[in-house]
Design a protein around this ligand. Sequence first.
Ligand SMILES: Cc1ncc(COP(=O)(O)O)c(C=O)c1O
Length: 364
Amino acid sequence: MNTYEHHVQLNLAETCVDPFTLHEFLTLAREEDFFEKIAGKKLTYGFIEGSQDLRKRIAELYDDANPDNVLVTRGAIDANFLVFYSLVEAGDTVISVFPSYQQLYSIPKSFGANVKLLKLRKENQWLPDLKELGRLIDEKTKLIVINNPHNPTGSLIKTRLLKKICTIAEDSEAFLLCDESYRGLYVRPEDSTPSAADLSKKAIVTGSLSKSFSLAGLRLGWINANQEIRDDCMLHRDYTTISCNMITDALASLAFKHSSRILKRNLNIIRTNHRILSQWVDDEPLIEWIPPIAGSTAFLHYNLPIPSMDFCVHLIREQGVFLVPGTCFEMEKYLRISYGCKTKIVEEGLSRISTFLRQSPTGH
Ligand SMILES: Cc1ncc(COP(=O)(O)O)c(C=O)c1O
């Protein structure tokens, strides 16, 4: 991402729903004078665990949370790291879904955990297989890590399956870490699914303003966990974060105040683009997929005799379109496409990918 994302013409690799400009966001919130209003504030560390107002608004995303369950972090990446840093010790077993966001299995490994991969398979709609999960659990299992909705496949663990995973975690006395960075982005409204935090006291969930709120630049995420875990994370956080940016804290409160309008905008983008992408896949003989149910990404299988890295590098050079090669997820012959960007970028990008696919594979 670092090498290409700022130079490509059409970025279909970025997973955030079309990011707001600061101006667009403040206009939507009717707070154009935001910076004038806060100009007299001293630039202190602010509230160490996040302001009470912000933590209250985050707690309201869940049925049964209060501000003391919430810790504000610098994005979900910081939230996930902090959970691993606080809980995982060398020799623990950590079970993590795969493919997934690499942090979710590499960080526990770096802390000396025995990481077992719970493979998601397309034959199973990219969902965890409970029998396999049962087989992976051992007496040292500290954490089961899932990501719901799932990056890169766009699969969604719906309520019944999620409850069963919670029960398996509870029975084995493991914690369940559920990265819910893409929560809220459901292609069909009826697929709306509860947070794992509302199904089990053993669940630790992480969330973010980056994806479904289109505010990655604020670098704001959170942990919602039971008091004991939350306090443990708070303690460990003193070594990594101190506090989040106090201006971000105030802007994040504004985002939650206007969350229904932001989500309406973003669901409109996701649903429109999902339709366009579905039609394109139907019409492309070399592409297959399991249609994504939620989130902002889809995992496309392509039928050409070239490695995914070569595919993506040639696609950038020849067509200016950026996709993530499956090899980044250790899965060859796959491409991750994100469909949260502006509709015209999706349309133009898909049209150029079609041109690329029609050229002779040996020509690339
Ligand atoms: C599953 C998942 N978790 C966490 C993150 C990190 O997001 P952020 O730190 O911007 O909240 C990402 C970003 O792509 C992600 O896909």
